[in-house]
Design a protein around this ligand. Structure first.
Ligand SMILES: *Cc1c(COP(=O)(O)O)cnc(C)c1O
Length: 439
């Protein structure tokens, strides 16, 4: 696309784009408007916006509770006993799975513990776990604690793969060669689908294949991938995956997440797991006796009855995803992110201050661009963006002297070309101003 930094261009693109109308389906966070300025929300990678339809759906469920109490479990189209199934079809499309392979449940970190219990089973020499260096802290804590819980020492067992000197990005070859090198000592590859800090979208298919080639399993944290990039978890033979629903899926703060378990494992009742009554055969669940008879598929990992009120906003957002389609959203997302890249490069054409550390190739990234800000200007630039009602996020420089990073995420569903024009132009002006102020 031939990008231009003009109102005429941005307006025309927003009007022509068949998926251009979704911002109107969400509330912009007007509480963040400074001095009446328009809010530009580029933080959907942290917390998605509130769908306008969410409140009505919540009120319906509150009303059903009010009027039917316990019978609400068995009455109506949204009967709570099967509430989790309302999400299955849409989630399966978004992550590329059979419907038997996904279920909306629990919280990401707890779900990851559950799936590690099933899929990290160290035996003899096969006990290593490969992760990307700089993984999200919760994921590191989870993996470390699992390793310790097995009586092993994380130092001996967790292998972190680092980008080569001075780089932020891991090459697929580097990862697959490392996997090959670990060979039959490798038990599990546990990585993020899209890296939260760099925005790199890993080649999940090749990495999963490499893991399987040495007899290891591959599990993915898709917190930053789900609703951002299309995936084919089933076809790629991913063993398991987890995600949360409050980032690109707009499910609301702390909304229950979801899991994927490949049918190879999910349809096998012998796959070991930590069990609860909601994972038990629905037909005999209320007989209240044993033995545990797992539901086939991902549903067999459920522990508890669904958090109905917590899940409800997600219904309104998934309707929009169904409507738009994840493949069409991807096409739009490439263009929006390309536009943001164009605007950032325009703000600093000689790359004096900004360095986009996210891969340049669209297939290696989702919508997010992470911009390293070299020198002391990072925090002042971020603060000035905030004053201009451009909402994004700031990661402090690392202790090892790495630069601070501004993350900007034009979400495929609700951000517009106008948003990006406004953010990019503000970035340009802010950079000039801050440079002058700092001499
Ligand atoms: C957002 C995120 C989490 C958060 O975990 P919760 O259990 O939902 O609080 C964990 N891991 C990654 C990679 C994330 O991006």
């Amino acid at each position: 696309m031939d990008y231009q930094a003009s109102l005429t261009f941005a307006r025309a693109r927003d009007q022509e784009d068949e998926l251009g109308g979704y911002q109107a389906k969400f509330f912009l966070p007007l509480g963040l408007a400074r001095d009446g300025k328009t809010v530009t929300y580029l933080a959907g990678n942290s917390l998605g916006l509130q769908p306008r339809a969410a409140t009505d759906l919540i009120e319906d469920e509150m009303d059903r509770w009010n009027r039917f109490a316990v019978e609400g479990h068995f009455l109506g189209d949204t009967k709570w006993v099967d509430y989790h199934t309302l999400f299955t079809k849409s989630l399966a499309k978004i992550v590329g799975a059979n419907e038997s392979e996904v279920v909306a449940m629990g919280e990401l970190s707890a779900n990851l513990h559950l799936l590690l219990a099933s899929f990290y089973r160290p035996e003899g020499e096969r006990k290593l776990i490969l992760m990307e260096a700089g993984a999200f802290p919760s994921d590191r804590f989870i993996v470390e604690s699992h390793v310790k819980w097995h009586g092993l020492d994380p130092k001996d067992v967790i292998v972190e793969i680092h980008p080569e000197d001075g780089r932020y990005i891991l090459d697929t070859d580097q990862i697959t060669e490392t996997i090959g090198g670990l060979g039959d000592e490798l038990a599990l590859v546990m990585m993020s689908g899209v890296q939260y800090f760099t925005g790199q979208y890993f080649d999940m298919e090749s990495i999963t294949k490499a893991a399987h080639a040495v007899g290891a399993k591959a599990g993915w944290d898709c917190a930053h991938a789900v609703g951002n990039v299309p995936m084919l978890l089933h076809d790629w033979n991913v063993d398991f995956a987890v995600w949360c629903s409050y980032k690109y899926l707009n499910g609301g703060p702390g909304a229950p997440g979801g899991i994927f378990v490949h049918d190879t494992h999910g349809l096998n009742p012998e796959t070991p797991r930590l069990a609860g009554w909601w994972g038990h055969n629905r037909a005999t669940r209320f007989n209240m006796d044993g033995p545990f008879d797992p539901m086939p598929g991902a549903e067999g990992w459920q522990l508890s009855n669904a958090s109905v009120i917590g899940l409800t906003p997600l219904r309104s957002s998934l309707e929009l995803f169904d409507d738009a389609g994840i493949m069409r959203l991807r096409e739009r997302s490439r263009n929006l992110t390309g536009y943001l890249e164009f605007m950032i490069n325009r703000a600093d054409p000689d790359y004096e201050v900004f360095e986009i550390i996210t891969p340049t190739e669209p297939k290696h990234r989702g919508c997010q661009l992470s911009v390293a800000v070299h020198g002391p200007l990072g925090k002042p630039i971020f603060d000035a963006l905030k004053m201009a009602s451009i909402i994004c996020d700031w990661r402090e420089p690392t202790q090892e002297g790495g630069p601070g990073v501004i993350r900007l995420a034009p979400t495929p569903l609700y951000n517009t070309y106008m948003d990006i024009l406004r953010a990019g132009e503000t970035l340009r002006v802010v950079l000039e101003t801050v440079k002058k102020q700092m001499g």
